[in-house]
Design a protein around this ligand. Structure first.
Ligand SMILES: C[S@@+](CC[C@H](N)C(=O)[O-])C[C@H]1O[C@@H](n2cnc3c(N)ncnc32)[C@H](O)[C@@H]1O
Ligand SMILES: [Zn+2]
Length: 275
């Protein structure tokens, strides 16, 4: 039985996908089964840059545990504030991770959470079933091959994740919005002071694209005391884990707790015209 209208396209032939109970199908008979949890894998083998691309299970578990402690709740509430006047719109959460933001936005909107990591999407989908929510869809795909119809998306949400602006411009509606969150200058400053001898402030960049106009930039900054276990979680869920030498990581083990600055730049852009 056909279920409902959606904005997904077939990654092979780019035709619209029709959603059925247990799968999605295009008119050329390309078939994509839904997983037990309801997500769909639209990532073709030649679109992967590794055998298991994106964040792995270890990073996912640390991120999940950390987010569940509520340290990023202020950021989540700010994102919800940004979108509160926009009920019933179509949002794509690009690089959605374990769905911390997608889930709540789907109470009042249609949300597509997209991530290249199967572990992340599998985890995100657990909440989908709890809520039996037909407005929330999870898709394994790459930011470089967005499986969405042209000009079909009202808002692109992009939090601490990569983005491909050309693909975004293809799928977003005229005057659609991009909400991008990047680390502010002082994000995790005190943690970096423990790990490194020379600590640099993060650089904050904006898109430089004539079709994409920055209409608002907000710096959300607060400090929280974090215990050792959660400090280790921050390290594992961020690129610092791979960038930091083993002997420097050891330094963190001796820190019982630390006041850490969270500094987020929330950039709101408008997409001015279609190609
Ligand atoms: C730092 S996490 C952020 C997750 C989520 N937005 C959050 O803030 O909780 C970055 C995410 O981007 C995903 N990612 C990395 N490269 C990607 C790509 N090429 N296409 C889609 N997702 C990608 C990773 O798998 C990971 O889940
Ligand atoms: Zn097809």
């Amino acid at each position: 039985m056909q279920i409902m209208k959606n904005i997904l396209i077939c990654p092979k032939c780019k035709c619209d996908l029709i959603e059925y109970d247990k799968c999605y199908k295009c008119p050329n008979n390309h078939n994509y089964d839904k997983s037990k949890r309801g997500y769909v894998n639209l990532l073709l083998a030649n679109q992967m840059n590794a055998s298991s691309p994106g964040d792995n299970k270890v990073m996912m578990n640390s991120r999940k545990e950390f987010l569940n402690c509520g340290y990023y709740e202020q950021l989540k509430n700010k994102i919800l504030d940004y979108l509160e006047d926009n009920d019933n719109i179509t949002i794509v959460d690009l690089g959605c991770g374990e769905g911390y933001y997608s889930y709540e936005l789907s109470f009042t909107n249609t949300v597509y959470g997209l991530d290249i990591s199967k572990d992340m999407i599998n985890e995100a989908s657990k909440k989908m079933n709890n809520k039996d929510n037909s407005n929330l869809h999870y898709v394994i795909a790459s930011i470089n091959n967005l499986p969405f119809v042209n000009s079909s998306v009202d808002v692109i949400l992009n939090i601490f994740a990569p983005i491909n602006l050309e693909e975004v411009k293809r799928v977003i509606k005229k005057n659609g919005k991009i909400i991008k969150v990047i680390p502010g200058e002082y994000h995790l400053y005190e943690l970096k002071e423990i790990l490194y001898d020379d600590v640099y402030l993060n650089t904050v960049n904006e898109f430089n694209d004539e079709d994409i106009k920055l209409i608002n930039s907000y710096d959300l900054k607060y400090k929280i005391n974090i215990n050792n276990h959660d400090l280790m979680n921050i390290l594992i869920m961020t690129p610092y884990y791979y960038k930091t030498k083993k002997q420097d990581k050891e330094k963190l083990k001796c820190v019982d707790n630390l006041d850490v600055t969270f500094d987020f730049i929330i950039q709101e852009y408008e997409c001015l015209k279609k190609r």
